[in-house]
Design a protein around this ligand. Sequence first.
Ligand SMILES: Nc1ncnc2c1ncn2[C@@H]1O[C@H](COP(=O)(O)OP(=O)(O)O)[C@@H](O)[C@H]1O
Ligand SMILES: CC(C)(COP(=O)(O)O)[C@@H](O)C(=O)NCCC(=O)O
Ligand SMILES: [K+]
Length: 245
Amino acid sequence: MAWLLVDNSNTRTKFALGDAGGLLEARTWIPTAEISAAVLETKFAGWEFEGTLLCSVVPEKARILRDHLVKHGPVHPLTWKSAMGLEIDYPNPEQIGADRLANAIGVTARHGAPAIVIDFGTAVTFDVVSAGPAYCGGVIAPGLGAMQDYLGKRTALLPQIELEEPASAIGKSTVEAMRAGAVFGYRGLVREIVAKLRIEMGGNPVIVATGGDAGLIARGLPEIGAVDPDLTLEGLRLAALMNLA
Ligand SMILES: Nc1ncnc2c1ncn2[C@@H]1O[C@H](COP(=O)(O)OP(=O)(O)O)[C@@H](O)[C@H]1O
Ligand SMILES: CC(C)(COP(=O)(O)O)[C@@H](O)C(=O)NCCC(=O)O
Ligand SMILES: [K+]
């Protein structure tokens, strides 16, 4: 039995099929801004699935996704009330972004707990899972892409740039200087936040990175034990097993 797994995040919406054994070959993504009923009509030709695990942090798009996918079978929206195999140690759990819950499920199953999972998406999120395992909370910081877009939009002379490894910290052009600010700046942000989280957590958590910019930033950070690009989708696959099977 296969399920459709949907990670409806702010920049990209990722789709994959998964079953009890793992993620399957079928994968695709679309820019979240482009999701519409018409686009979804043609998206899953040839994909066979019994139901959908829908993880959304974009309510307006979640409604469009649900209204379309319910024609293919049951749709389970991931919330703090879903079966997750984790306790939740958080005062107001309905606030927690569903993608953060998916990451907590994924990291616990694939890398163990205690853990810190860092998702370099539109926002950079840090989520802490205790040995329990329990979801404990974390940190929300601006994402690299968002920060670069903001500089491009709010200044007269700074361009929109492609993020890549800077040649040196002393930038010799506007673009090189912006790359140094983004990449070295983010590595510093991650280092400081991880150090603070580790002190508050105690013990020796595994530290795993995922999300669009994970590879670029983790490359220069020995603190990060692993980059796991499929962590969110794997969390959703496990949530499907617990809530749809
Ligand atoms: N093809 C791509 N399209 C959009 N963003 C990309 C792409 N490849 C890498 N990125 C980077 O990934 C980030 C978005 O990561 P992603 O994990 O898709 O975000 P979200 O989960 O919030 O939708 C952007 O900041 C961008 O720098
Ligand atoms: C923090 C987020 C914006 C991250 O979204 P993403 O970068 O994955 O698109 C999202 O998880 C969210 O909207 N969360 C709700 C607030 C919270 O988690 O406290
Ligand atoms: K995400």
